[in-house]
Design a protein around this ligand. Structure first.
Ligand code: SF4
Ligand code: SF4
Length: 430
């Protein structure tokens, strides 16, 4: 399996399973696309290709025979902990029904000790706890209590992260984040006020954009207010402008995520996919400019795993649901992940534990994708995500197209960093 990539009018071939990447000329491109005998003209290249083809075949065989990616041990290394089934916003694309998942209530003090005991019982060496909602800060007192109790019990074995809507942040909360090393991202969908406020409306009618931009300026240095999450939709499809504006204003990390929704107005058609492809090329230029200027930035998913291309280290499985990711809701019920925090996907609870049969069934229902074994991006991607498969099965083709656009951008960026011999520490992006 291979993919021909055009980078600034130069052609490269990327072998998907061995992760080999070579420059080629257009004649080779034509010959690869035709018959094997024509490849023989290029004896040196052919030798390399034959060798690689053999290796690729072997890896494909291994992949096919690979046992299920399912890890039966139920060791938790990632836990998405729902602080509140509530939110002060009503974003147009919210997958969680305005953050409530059709429920209500906050994680009560009564069960925090039991949640902590559950995590302690199943924990791997370290656990990354991602505090989610609704809006995780809707009840800061619960948020704080959760962090303090878990931290006291699990000490160095635990790390906290959260993604917030940015409307409730203040000195006290940001000071708490700093003190407890809680990494946080703020959701901002556009550097243009009207677009952001259209997509991310507050329930009280105030502008979330104004609050976020004010805090970004005020708290950027004091509280490392520099990480943003952009949900790209058909309404803010020119996302490269926002990426540039945020980096130029001093952002360090930007997470680019494509909206997932079964609502027609949020589904990307082919025209939109072409626009996204062009937008990714612009983001590539922006990132490259920053790297040339030796400015440290981070961008998920374009930069995050770029070091793996350099080391030819495949991503066998990306979705944590098959291994060690779980989610716990405000009542102590356990689910595979935040996206799947719906009754039908419940795996157990903090008192009775995780039901291995239910979990195995869910993994079996979600882990098979006929397309992954023949996908050129298999080892850059890591394969199908359980929530995509279960919630958006009708959109898998489009979701994969979007992933592949991002992954091709990562490949192009890698080649350009190398060809320009830029000073770049690939080890930081594994
Ligand atoms: S802030 Fe998050 S939870 Fe609240 S409505 Fe928006 S997307 Fe949903
Ligand atoms: S892009 Fe889609 S088909 Fe390709 S490896 Fe990822 S999930 Fe599988």
């Amino acid at each position: 399996m291979y993919k021909i990539i055009n980078i600034n009018n130069n052609l490269y071939i990327y072998f998907s399973l061995t992760m080999n990447l070579f420059p080629i000329n257009s004649l080779v491109d034509t010959n690869i696309a035709s018959t094997a005998s024509e490849i023989e003209i290029y004896s040196i290249i052919k030798e390399q290709f034959v060798d690689i083809e053999n290796q690729e075949d072997q890896i494909l065989e291994l992949l096919r025979n690979m046992k299920s990616r399912y890890d039966e041990t139920c060791k938790i290394s990632g836990m998405q902990l729902n602080i509140a089934y509530a939110c002060n916003m009503k974003c147009r694309y919210c997958f969680a029904d305005d953050g409530a998942h059709q429920k209500s209530g906050c994680l009560s003090n009564n069960i925090i000790d039991d949640v902590t005991a559950f995590i302690e019982r199943y924990k791997a060496d370290t656990v990354l706890i991602h505090l989610v909602g609704g809006e995780p800060l809707i009840d800061f007192s619960s948020f704080k209590t959760v962090v303090l109790i878990i931290e006291k019990k699990l000490k160095q074995h635990v790390r906290f992260t959260t993604t917030v809507n940015g409307t409730l942040l203040n000195d006290e909360i940001l000071g708490f984040f700093n003190e407890h090393n809680i990494e946080y991202m703020v959701s901002l969908d556009s550097y243009k006020k009207d677009i952001h406020d259209f997509l991310r409306q507050t329930k009280n009618g105030s502008s979330s954009y104004n609050k976020i931009m004010h805090d970004f300026v005020a708290y950027k240095d004091k509280y490392r207010y520099n990480s943003f999450h952009i949900t790209v939709t058909p309404f803010n499809i020119n996302f490269s402008e926002t990426v540039k504006a945020l980096y130029d204003l001093g952002a360090y990390h930007i997470n680019i995520d494509f909206v997932k929704s079964n609502n027609k107005e949020f589904i990307f058609d082919n025209d939109k996919i072409s626009v996204i492809s062009e937008e990714c090329k612009k983001v590539e230029e922006i990132i490259l400019t920053y790297i040339r200027e030796k400015k440290e930035i981070s961008c998920h998913p374009i930069l995050t795993r770029i070091g793996r291309i350099h080391k030819r280290k495949p991503i066998i499985s990306r979705c944590g649901v098959y291994s060690s990711l779980f989610a716990c809701d405000s009542f102590g019920d356990i689910f595979p992940c935040d996206m799947l925090m719906w009754e039908k996907y419940k795996l157990g609870d903090i008192y009775t534990g995780i039901d291995p049969d239910i979990r195995k069934q869910l993994v079996n229902d979600s882990s098979i994708s006929e397309n992954c074994d023949t996908c050129w991006a298999r080892f850059l991607c890591g394969g199908v995500c359980a929530s995509d498969k279960l919630l958006y099965s009708g959109q898998m083709f489009m979701l994969c197209e979007l992933k592949k656009i991002l992954l091709e951008t990562r490949l192009r960026l890698y080649v350009r960093i190398r060809e320009e011999q830029l000073d770049f520490d690939f080890d930081k992006y594994m």
